[in-house]
Design a protein around this ligand. Structure first.
Ligand SMILES: Nc1ncnc2c1ncn2[C@@H]1O[C@H](COP(=O)(O)OP(=O)(O)O)[C@@H](O)[C@H]1O
Ligand SMILES: [Mg+2]
Length: 457
C-alpha cells in the first residue's frame, strides 16, 4: 500500500492538462446550483466517471458519530444505472481502504490490490484503487473512492484531480450546511415570533379584562357612596309623605301626594339597583327552589309579562342559596329587557338547567367562573340583538340605548352586581336580528356544601 502517489504515467493520458482544468472549472460552476448533499454526491460520481474518465466512482458518507461509512452514490461498471443503490455498503471507520482513509483523513493509492490484505474483493475484483477524504469543518463527511481493473492505474495526476474535486465538494457541503443552519434559524425565529405575538395578544386580552374589572369596581364605589347618601334623603322624603297623608283631605292635594309617593318609590328602586350594582345590598340569602322563583316572579309581578312566556324548567333543579327578593328583581330586569327588544312581539323563553362547569369551560364565559355545580337560569328572546361594540358596555351603570324616561341603564348593572355578590356570574350571547340570551349562574347547594370543585394539581 502506498500513502503517497509515485510519479508515473497517468491512465488518463487522453485528458491533457488543459482539458482537465476546463472540466474542473465547469464542475466548480455547476456546484453553485446543486441544491442538496445527496444531489452533490451523485453529481460528483457522475462527473468523475463521465467527464474525468475514471472507470468507476463510489462515494461513502460518514455518520454523525464518525464511526461508519455508508455508500451513497456509485457509478461505473458495478452500478451502471445511477441513482439507485440497492444494498448500500456499510464500512466501519478504520476498516478496509475506505475506512482507513476516513479515519486517517489522508488519501490512499493502492497499486496492486491483490497484494493488499485490507482489500475486500468484489464480484469484479479490481487491481488498483484511489481513495480521498471529504473533510468539512474539521469533520470527515465521507470519502470518494475509485478502482481500476489494471494494477498501478492511479498516479499523482489522478490524486491531484480527485483531491481538487474533494476540496470543491467539501466547500459546497459546508455551504449547504450553512444554508440549512440559517433556514433552521429562520424557522426558529418565525416560531418565536409567533409565540411572542400570541403572548402579546393574551396579555392585551388580560389587560382589557383587568381594566374592565377595575373600571366597574371604581364606578361601583362611587355609585354605592352616592346611593347611600341619596337613600338617607329619600327616607326623610318618604317619611314626611306618610305623615302628610293623614292631614290631606283635598282631592287635588291628594293626587299630588300620590304622584310624590310614586316618584319616591321609583327613586327607591333606583337606589336599590345602584346598591346592588356596587354590591352593597344587604342580602338575606335563603335556600330557594329556582323553578319556584321563576313561576313566582311570573305570577306575582302583575303586568310584567306582556306576552306568553315559554317556560323550560328542569325537572329536578339543584337548590340555590340566594336572596329571593333580589333574585326576583334580577329576573324582572332581564324579562323587561327581553320584551323591550321585541316591540313587535316574539318568543320569550325562561329556562333552568343544572350545569357542571369544568376547568375547560371558562373560555366561553366573559367572567371567570370557579369550576363546580351551578344552576343556570336563562332568559332568551328573539328580538333585535346587541351589536358587538355595545356588548362591552351593557353592564356599565347608566348605559342605556332607550329613550329618556324609558331606561335608567341600571337593570343589567344590578344583575351583574347581584350575581357577583352571590358567588355566580352572568353571561350574554347575542347576535344582531337574532335575539339575545342572558344566563345567570348560581352556585348550586349540594349535600356536601356549595358544590364548587377545587383544582387538584
Ligand atoms: N335582551 C336585550 N336585547 C337587546 N338589547 C338589550 C337587551 N338587554 C339589554 N340590552 C341593551 O343593554 C342596555 C342596558 O340595559 P339595562 O342595563 O337593563 O338598562 P336599560 O334597560 O334601562 O336601558 C339596553 O339599553 C339595551 O341597549
Ligand atoms: Mg333594563
Amino acid at each position: 500500500m502506498l500513502y503517497s502517489a509515485p510519479a508515473r504515467v497517468t491512465v488518463h493520458k487522453h485528458l491533457d492538462e488543459a482539458t482537465t482544468l476546463r472540466i474542473l472549472n465547469a464542475f466548480a460552476v455547476d456546484l453553485i446550483a446543486i441544491p442538496s448533499v445527496e444531489d452533490l454526491f451523485w453529481y460528483v460520481a457522475q462527473n468523475v466517471v463521465g467527464q474525468l474518465r475514471f472507470v468507476d466512482c463510489v462515494i461513502y458518507q460518514a455518520n454523525q458519530d464518525q464511526t461508519e461509512l455508508t455508500q451513497v452514490a456509485a457509478l461505473g461498471d458495478k452500478n451502471p444505472y445511477g441513482r439507485n443503490i440497492l444494498n448500500p455498503l456499510r464500512i466501519p471507520f478504520g476498516q478496509g481502504i475506505t475506512g482507513q482513509v476516513a479515519q486517517s483523513r489522508n488519501a490512499i493509492i493502492v497499486d496492486d490490490l491483490l497484494k493488499d490484505q485490507n482489500y475486500i474483493p468484489d464480484t469484479q475484483p479490481a487491481r488498483s484503487e484511489i481513495c480521498v477524504p471529504l473533510v468539512s469543518r474539521g469533520r470527515v463527511v465521507g470519502v470518494i473512492d475509485s478502482e481500476h481493473p489494471d494494477p498501478g492505474a492511479f498516479g499523482e495526476a489522478e490524486l491531484e484531480v480527485l483531491t481538487t474535486v474533494a476540496a470543491m465538494a467539501s466547500a459546497k457541503i459546508e455551504l449547504l450546511a450553512e444554508a440549512e443552519r440559517s433556514k433552521q434559524r429562520y424557522q426558529d425565529l418565525v416560531k418565536s415570533h409567533a409565540q411572542l405575538s400570541e403572548e402579546i395578544t393574551n396579555r392585551k386580552a388580560l389587560e382589557a379584562k383587568l381594566f374592565e374589572a377595575r373600571k366597574l369596581e371604581a364606578i361601583g364605589r362611587l355609585t354605592g357612596w352616592f346611593a347611600h347618601d341619596f337613600n338617607n334623603l329619600l327616607t326623610v322624603i318618604s317619611g314626611n309623605l306618610e305623615l302628610l297623608d293623614a292631614d290631606i283631605t283635598q282631592p287635588l292635594s291628594r293626587a299630588g301626594l300620590n304622584d310624590a309617593r310614586t316618584a319616591a318609590g321609583r327613586g327607591a328602586k333606583l337606589i336599590r339597583d345602584m346598591l346592588a350594582f356596587s354590591q352593597r345590598t344587604r342580602l338575606n340569602p335563603q335556600m330557594c327552589d329556582p323553578n319556584r322563583l321563576v313561576t313566582a316572579t311570573c305570577d306575582h309581578k302583575n303586568g310584567l309579562l306582556t306576552r306568553p312566556v315559554d317556560l323550560r324548567l328542569t325537572d329536578d333543579p339543584w337548590m340555590i342559596h340566594v336572596d329571593p327578593k333580589v333574585a326576583e328583581d334580577a329576573l324582572v330586569n332581564l324579562i323587561v329587557n327581553a320584551q323591550d327588544a321585541m316591540p313587535e312581539g316574539g318568543r320569550l323563553e325562561i329556562a333552568t338547567e343544572n350545569i357542571l362547569h369544568t376547568f375547560s369551560c371558562n373560555q366561553t364565559l366573559a367572567i371567570d367562573l370557579t369550576p363546580g355545580r351551578y344552576l343556570r337560569l336563562s332568559v332568551r328572546d328573539d328580538g333585535e340583538g346587541i351589536p358587538e361594540e355595545r356588548l362591552q358596555k351593557i353592564f356599565d351603570p347608566f348605559y342605556t340605548t332607550k329613550p329618556v324616561g324609558a331606561g335608567t341603564g341600571l337593570g343589567l348593572s344590578m344583575v351583574f352586581g347581584f350575581m357577583q355578590q352571590s358567588g355566580g356570574t352572568v353571561e350574554v350571547q347575542s347576535k344582531v336580528a337574532n335575539g339575545s340570551t342572558f344566563r345567570l349562574y348560581f352556585p348550586a347547594v349540594t349535600s356536601n356544601g356549595n358544590g364548587l370543585l377545587t383544582k387538584t394539581p
